[in-house]
Design a protein around this ligand. Structure first.
Ligand code: ADP
Length: 308
């Protein structure tokens, strides 16, 4: 992430200097170091006291929600890889793991065991090795510790992840909890995503759940960017041939019948699970595994870049 600072205003009254800087892409220690340098410079220039304030570069930050009607369809995998793929396409992308009941993003993006720094109540996202800053409930609790968040508590916890020091991040991908309950609806109403991506597997049952997720976004007045079909077609690890154990094209057909854009199909591929578990998102790699997610990312960005 490009880090920088620009002088916004500098005034002196008597021997008190007031300096306002516009900073972007600096974490807590970076900001502290910069502040110390500016103070020192003001003192050398003869100021007895230096008041330093920092404002963030104004960015229009947009939230893209990723949802599914039920767990286990690959919503977290898609969220992580979509964020990484969009970052590789040159955007400033962050990720919030709102899946408070089963936060898996620290593992997927190799930030397990890291603790976000905070200034008062406000957190700084943790930097992942893939150019995607992120925050997850998984960073705040011990691994394996049961979380029994309910209604308002869950909402507050989520709010803290979203209202963090996101710096110059322009797009935040939010990995929603699976399902269509109150936590999800409150999140949509409070944090107003610009659009939603729905993940489904090709089976009928999963698609029925996806339909419920679509209903949730409609209720929250969040436009649907499109649907992704995950675990579509099995790539044989031995011969590379594709077969369709769960059927194929179900999500695409459902998207068409609901007049929703279809964003792409991610095959059921052992390598996706293995690499994801190892904290190596396929989108950060090379070849077909990365291209699948890059193609979806391009469609999401095209949607975001279309004025509406
Ligand atoms: P959800 O967030 O919907 O609960 P996850 O993203 O955690 O689902 O995925 C559930 C499991 O399925 C994980 O072990 C993940 O690695 C695996 N998985 C997800 N998508 C694929 C895929 N396309 N091919 C193989 N394994 C996948």
């Amino acid at each position: 992430m490009a880090a920088g600072a620009r002088l916004q205003t500098a005034r002196s009254e008597g021997d008190i200097a007031t300096i306002v800087l516009e900073v972007s892409g600096l974490d807590k220690s970076g900001r502290e170091a910069l502040e110390a340098k500016v103070r020192e410079a003001a003192r050398r220039a003869g100021a007895a006291e230096a008041r330093v304030a920092m404002t963030s570069e104004r960015v229009t930050r947009r939230i893209v929600a990723v949802g599914s009607g039920k767990g286990g369809v690959g919503k977290s995998t898609l969220s992580a890889n979509l964020a990484v793929a969009m970052a590789r396409l040159g955007r400033k992308v962050g990720l919030v793991d709102a899946d408070i009941y089963g936060p898996s993003q620290p593992r997927l993006l190799a930030t397990e065991g890291r603790k976000p720094e905070a200034e008062g109540q406000k957190m700084y996202p943790v930097q992942s090795p893939f150019g995607v800053p992120m925050l997850s409930m998984g960073h705040l609790v011990q691994p394996g510790q049961a979380i029994a968040w309910r209604g308002p508590m869950a909402g507050n916890a989520l709010g803290q992840l979203i209202d963090a020091h996101w710096g110059d991040t322009e797009i935040i991908v939010v990995d929603l909890p699976p399902g269509t309950g109150d936590v999800q609806l409150t999140m949509l109403q409070k944090h107003k995503p610009v659009g939603a991506v729905i993940v489904s597997t090709p089976q009928d049952l999963a698609l029925m759940d996806a339909t419920r997720a679509i209903g949730l976004f409609e209720q929250g007045h969040v436009p649907i960017i499109g649907m992704v079909e995950n675990m579509a077609g099995y790539i044989c690890p031995h011969c590379g041939e594709q077969s369709d154990p769960f059927g194929a094209g179900g999500a695409e057909a459902a998207a068409m019948s609901m007049k929703l854009p279809f964003l792409g199909r991610v095959p059921l591929d052992l390598a996706i699970r293995r690499d994801s578990d190892a904290g190596l998102p396929p989108a950060a790699g090379e070849g077909a595994g990365a291209e699948v997610f890059a193609a979806i990312a391009r469609k999401v960005l095209a949607w975001l870049d279309t004025p509406r």
